[in-house]
Structure formats: C-alpha cells, structure tokens
Write a protein that binds this ligand. Structure first.
Ligand code: SF4
Length: 433
C-alpha cells in the first residue's frame, strides 16, 4: 500500500519506461524492487551457512550537511533518480553524530579494526560551519578507543574554503579533496550555481589557499568528473597546475536505463576510453611522476596481479557505508543515480548496529566479488581487472544490478590499452635483462 492506495504491481504488463517509473516510485516506499537482483536472491544466512563472511566497514561517509551551494548538472544527489535529499534535515544533529560515533566505535571493537576512515561529505560539508565540523570530529575521537586509529577526510566543492577551516583541518589532520572539472571554461559548463553562474573563480580562490605552503599538507587531491566533450590533455594539465598528490577521474553516473552522456548504444564507440586513453598517454611516459591517477594505478596493479583499493574497478569487497543527516544507514550514495530509494537499507544509527547493514542484499552484492557478476562479465577475459565496472553503473530497470557496466565497451578498451603498455614494458625490461 502506498499513500493509502493498494497497488497491484504487474511488471510483465509494463513497457521498460513504465517499469523504471514504477520502480522509482516503489523504491521510496519499499526499498529495493523485490523482483530485481540482488533483492530477490541474496540471503545473508544462506551465504554465511555456506562459509561466506562479510567484510566489516572501514570507511564511513558522513553526510554532515545535505544541501549544496552549487547545482552541478550531473549531481547524483540533486539531479538524478533519487530525491531523498528533500526529506533530509539540512545538518546532522548532535544526537545523530553521537549515535553514529557510538555505532562506529562498537563496529571497530567487534571487528578489532586497527584503522577506520571517516569522510565528511554532503551536499557541501563546509555549509555545516566550522563549529559543527569541529564538534563532529571531537565527538568521534572521544567515542573511539585508542585501539582504532581514526582518520578524517573531507570532500568539498572548494568554494567555501577559508583559513579557519584549513586551520581546523591541520589541527585534526583532516585531508581535503576538492571537486573541480578542469579550467574555467570546462568546469563552468557543468559545475554551476543554481542561477547558472560558474563556480571556477571561487574554487580557484579556495585552491590557492589550500595549495599554499602553509596548508598544502592537508591537500589530498582533486576529483574530476569526465566531460567527454572536453580536451583530455588540456583538462589534465589544468588540474596538474594545482600539483595534486592524487587525481580521481570519474565516469559520470548512469546505467542501462538512464544512460550517461555520449554513452549511447553503439558498442563500437568508446568515448570515455578514448578520453582516458589520451590522459594515460600523457601521464604514463612523463619523465617524472606527476600525480597519482588512481584509476590508472589501480588498473596497473590489478593487471600485475594485485587487489583493488577502489570500488570502480576490480573485485575487492566494498567496505564503505554512508550515514545521512537524519541517521539513515545507506549504501554507496552513487546508487542514487539508479532509482529513488536505491541506496536505502531501511536502517538507522539511532536503532541499528552497523553490523545489521552488512546483511543487506545490496551491501552483500558489493562484497561478493566475482560471484556478483553477470554471465557476460564472468566470461570476459578482463573481468578480474574490470570487476564488471562500478556497481551503480550496472543497473537496468527490471533485472537490477547483475549486468555488465553500461561503460563496458570503454572499460574493455581502456584496460586492454593499459595492459598492452604494461606487457610491452615488461618485455622491454626482460630484454634489457
Ligand atoms: S569489460 Fe564489460 S564484460 Fe568485461 S568485466 Fe567489464 S563490464 Fe564485464
């Protein structure tokens, strides 16, 4: 029953578009659509009886503020399928902070974790204000005993960075990542304010301060969402000018039902692999190491037989959980791009342990490795490196998440290209003795 009305859900009678709409509506009321994978298949008790064990959470994404002073065109929080932010309190209350800190401490003790990372996130976390950020950090530090080292990171749009905030980061060792998509022209096409004006001038002001000698020690790196219409080498070099220790180049969120820009059904076109390939060709042979491009480093490590440390490639189990401003425990928030309610677990820090979230089918699916792959990925020669792509990008209304990534052609092309380069270097190394 939704809003007092009984609904009979007959997916077989609907077009794919109608199904997507209904699933979006039902998601708000029920969580995962019950006829889609993983909700219809993964059962925690059956899996653990068969010997599978969940991976404890090591990264908590804390939504300290649910609103933003920007309105980027591709934002999964405000401009994609999920609209839950409208119901969220603007700022996380002290009671929710306290409850989350208590849950995190209990989780660390239960699983004897020596280290946990808390990522202060939003919306825009700096809108929470300096005093609130200080009180959040101090509450967490007070709640967790000495056995577990707590590290803090913060992801910001960069427009509100000031000295007082950076002094706070220095005091508590908070590492700051900034989202920026390139130079003024590229960035301001999509990273805009609600009135349509660009954000680059304000971000550049913040980055000048963050990258100054005084504050550079807290600079974690830059995060850029790829615009396939931009020139990749120009974007890379404009970001490199800030001397970021690391650079995340992200694929815009989308899936088989709501395709990302330029990722149409022509499987012979690979706009994102072409874009990333040109950056790789500029970055890889550079005479000195310019920055860590995490996607490339992870792919190289996986090709060489290592494990992934990011969720976007590889088969390593995810250990990330999100807590919203109202205390809801959620799955990775990029799932908001799939359908309304896709990230929901139905749990909250005020009533539930974090361990309960480990039993949620959506979280299990992101920890199952190759067992969560669809048949096409299982047969694919690069599946150990690719991992089927980022979980939210596998979604298709009607079947769920057991599909190859909507970026499959790009992932295959990029991994193959990097693999060729690495194998050639290994051969060269062998020949040189
Ligand atoms: S390249 Fe495509 S088929 Fe292969 S593992 Fe990745 S998403 Fe699956």
């Amino acid at each position: 029953m939704v809003g007092g009305v009984h609904l009979i859900y007959r997916p077989d009678l609907l077009t794919p578009e109608q199904r997507a709409r209904v699933i979006g509506l039902l998601g708000a009321a029920y969580g995962d659509p019950p006829d889609e994978w993983p909700a219809n298949e993964l059962d925690f008790h059956r899996l653990t009886a068969a010997g599978w064990r969940p991976t404890p959470f090591r990264q908590i994404v804390l939504k300290v503020n649910s609103r933003c002073n920007l309105s980027c065109t591709y934002c999964y929080v405000y401009h994609q399928a999920d609209q839950n932010w409208r119901q969220q309190p603007v700022t996380m209350s002290p009671a929710v902070v306290e409850a989350t800190a208590h849950r995190l401490s209990a989780h660390a003790k239960t699983h004897e974790l020596s280290r946990m990372q808390i990522i202060l996130h939003g919306g825009e976390p700096l809108l929470a204000g300096h005093d609130h950020l200080r009180s959040v950090v101090t509450r967490f530090l007070a709640a967790v005993d000495d056995v577990t080292a707590v590290e803090f990171a913060l992801q910001t749009n960069g427009t509100l960075i000031d000295e007082m905030f950076l002094e706070l980061c220095q005091e508590f060792g908070i590492r700051v990542g900034v989202s920026v998509d390139g130079d003024l022209a590229v960035n301001d096409r999509r990273r805009t304010r609600r009135n349509g004006s660009g954000s680059h001038a304000a971000v550049a002001r913040g980055l000048h301060l963050l990258t100054s000698d005084r504050f550079r020690s807290v600079f974690a790196g830059l995060l850029c969402v790829i615009d396939p219409a931009s020139d990749p080498v120009d974007v890379y070099e404009s970001l490199l000018a800030w001397r970021p220790p690391s650079l995340d180049l992200l694929l815009p969120h989308g899936n088989w039902t709501a395709r990302p820009p330029a990722r149409d059904s022509d499987e012979t076109s690979t706009p994102y692999a072409d874009w990333l390939g040109r950056v790789f060709d500029r970055w890889y042979p550079a005479p000195s190491h310019e920055t860590d491009i995490r996607l490339f480093l992870e792919i190289i490590s996986l090709i060489l037989g290592g494990h992934s440390r990011i969720e976007t490639v590889g088969l390593s189990p995810s250990s990330v959980v999100v807590v919203e401003t109202d205390g809801s425990i959620e799955q990775v928030d990029a799932l908001k791009s799939a359908y309304h309610g896709a990230a929901s677990t139905g749990l909250t820090v005020t009533r539930n342990d974090l361990d309960e979230a480990l039993r949620h089918p959506g979280i299990i699916a992101r920890q199952l490795g190759s067992a969560a792959l669809g048949p096409e990925c299982a047969r694919c020669p690069v599946h150990r490196v690719c991992g089927g792509g980022y979980y939210p990008h596998r979604y298709q209304a009607g079947s769920g998440f057991r599909n190859r990534s909507v970026y499959c052609p790009d992932l295959f092309a990029l991994i193959t290209r990097i693999g060729r380069q690495i194998r050639a270097d290994i051969e060269k190394g062998k020949a040189a003795g």
